[in-house]
Design a binder for this molecule. Structure first.
Ligand code: BES
Ligand code: ZN
Ligand code: ZN
Length: 487
């Protein structure tokens, strides 16, 4: 896909062209056409009646055929998400019909709308066919953006969206890659490559020996059952100058596969567990983008990598270990492994000086049952951070719903022998969050994002085909942007 931002109308180079009109409510269609001033569009529109249009109409022009696509078909989407969808469908059609040039008349659009449209175009270009015996190239479409007076701001937005979408693609590719090809050590290699090509990023890698030496026993406990050993990777982004005193640390659950361990998962729900490293992939992708965009804020990403497998060294139900912060934990269920590696990630965040921690994890089936695939639940000990998560999510069409850290359920985490156990009350998502809270460093703003439902979809959803959605990447970038601007 190629982008050209032009100040006035064009589209002349195309043998066939599509046009996406951004139409202000109650504006007469004929008036918009006159404003756009495209003779080509006027010809195609012969026969179409004038009339007031909705906020947005997607117009497909293919030779003599003209049809309108209702951009507001999906229920529950924000108006920006409708725009993403409309652009996604437009790009899909352009590729399918092999239309080399598409003109988008966006002189009336504001920055956020242009950004949404661009994201939609990019989503249409994503495919994951690495495992197919034959790969097909997407048909290359050039999009001419008729920007009117917005030329300069649209150009800047186009650069930002390119960086954001590169990160979304990175996360999706990592998540979709099967566990035979993406295991903890391989994830480390991918992270090293990213650091090599991203100025401003540095990396610290701990292998199992080092983890054990430093007392990061959550990783060791979960990862020791596999022939593919665990790692903790800390990426650090230090901008040349920063305006914010905050240090945001993103902690990601990175289970490259989760069999459930000796508390084995049922066969039906297991293949999807290639996505149990979505939190770590999202953290890695976000910090890559944040560094590339040179946002003026300190950001780190801690990827908690392990494979939850069955072996003769696997943790046994009833085993007790001492976590990094000194608390002892009884492993009641080996399938509740995410919270164990995250206890180390949270401790590491504290050690490197986090003022704000956001952890992301495909943590509980309970969250999938509570909110499904369209909304992620989150928990926070800080109202300001919680509001930022919701608002930043909304700005990039990712929905978050605030869940309670209900103290009443905390007792259920107490163990008879150890300080804690890794299972709690029937409120599974809340119990997991309360467990994590036990490991949050003091005086640190913290938000826990349970992305179990939203990270990976088993059927087409919005602009995502089967598989990884990349959910969370954009919200994290937006959060870093917001935090760096706030001071
Ligand atoms: N990785 C799973 C959670 C999950 C489920 C993610 C479905 C994505 C889709 C997690 O490690 C897990 O198995 N959690 C258990 C915890 C329970 C044993 C306390 C769960 O939610 O069932
Ligand atoms: Zn599990
Ligand atoms: Zn898991």
């Amino acid at each position: 896909m190629k982008l050209k931002i032009i100040p006035s109308e064009s589209g002349k180079s195309a043998d066939k062209a599509y046009a996406l009109f951004f139409v202000k409510q109650s504006v007469q269609f004929s008036k918009v056409l006159t404003d756009a001033g495209s003779a080509q569009v006027e010809t195609v529109l012969k026969g179409i009646k004038d009339g007031p249009f909705e906020d947005l109409e997607l117009l497909e022009i293919d030779g003599d055929t003209t049809l309108f696509v209702d951009a507001a078909k999906e229920r529950g989407l924000s108006s920006l998400d409708h725009l993403r969808m409309a652009a996604y469908r437009l790009a899909g059609r352009a590729m399918k019909k092999q239309i080399s040039c598409v003109s988008l008349f966006l002189a009336d659009a504001v920055d956020e709308q242009f950004k949404a449209i661009l994201h939609g175009l990019y989503y249409a270009n994503y495919k994951f066919d690495a495992y197919k015996s034959k790969q097909k190239e997407n048909f290359a479409v050039t999009y001419e953006i008729v920007a009117g007076e917005h030329g300069a701001s649209f150009k800047k937005i186009a650069e930002e969206v390119a960086v954001e979408q590169k990160a979304v693609t990175l996360a999706k590719n990592l998540i979709n890659t099967c566990a035979a090809d993406l295991y903890p050590a391989e994830f480390v290699e991918r992270a090293k490559t990213i650091v090599k090509y991203t100025p401003g990023l540095s990396i610290k890698i701990r292998d199992m020996k080092q983890l054990e030496k430093e007392g990061f026993m959550g990783h060791v406990t979960v990862g020791k059952g596999s022939t593919r050993p665990p790692f903790m990777v800390t990426l650090d982004y230090k901008p040349a100058k920063y305006t914010s005193k905050d240090h945001l640390v993103i902690v990601g659950k990175g289970l490259t596969f989760d069999t459930g361990g000796l508390c084995l998962k049922p066969a039906k729900s297991m293949p999807e567990m290639i996505s149990d490293m979505s939190g770590a992939a999202t953290a890695l992708a976000a910090i890559q983008a944040i560094a590339t965009l040179k946002l003026p804020i300190r950001v780190s990403a801690v990827c908690c990598l392990a494979e939850n497998a069955i072996g003769n060294q696997s943790v046994l139900p009833g085993d007790i270990f001492k976590a990094k912060n000194g608390k002892t934990v009884m492993v009641d269920n080996t399938d509740a492994e995410g919270r164990l590696v995250l206890s180390d990630g949270l401790a590491e965040a504290g050690e490197i000086g986090a003022t704000h921690i956001v952890d992301l994890a495909t943590l509980t089936g309970a969250m999938v049952r509570a909110l499904g695939y369209a909304v992620a639940g989150f928990f926070s000990n800080n109202d300001d951070l919680a509001l930022k998560v919701i608002n930043c999510g909304e700005a990039c069409c990712e929905k978050f719903w605030s869940m309670p850290l209900e103290e009443e359920y905390a007792d259920a985490l107490k163990d008879k022998f150890a300080d804690l156990k890794n299972t709690g009350s029937d409120a599974g998502a809340i119990s997991a969050a309360l467990f994590l809270q036990e490991f949050v460093p003091e005086d640190t703003a913290w938000a826990h994002l349970d992305i179990a439902g939203t990270a990976f979809v088993d059927k087409k959803w919005k602009y995502t085909e089967y598989g990884a959605t990349g959910f969370g990447v954009q919200t994290l970038i937006e959060l870093a942007r917001e935090m760096s601007a706030a001071e």
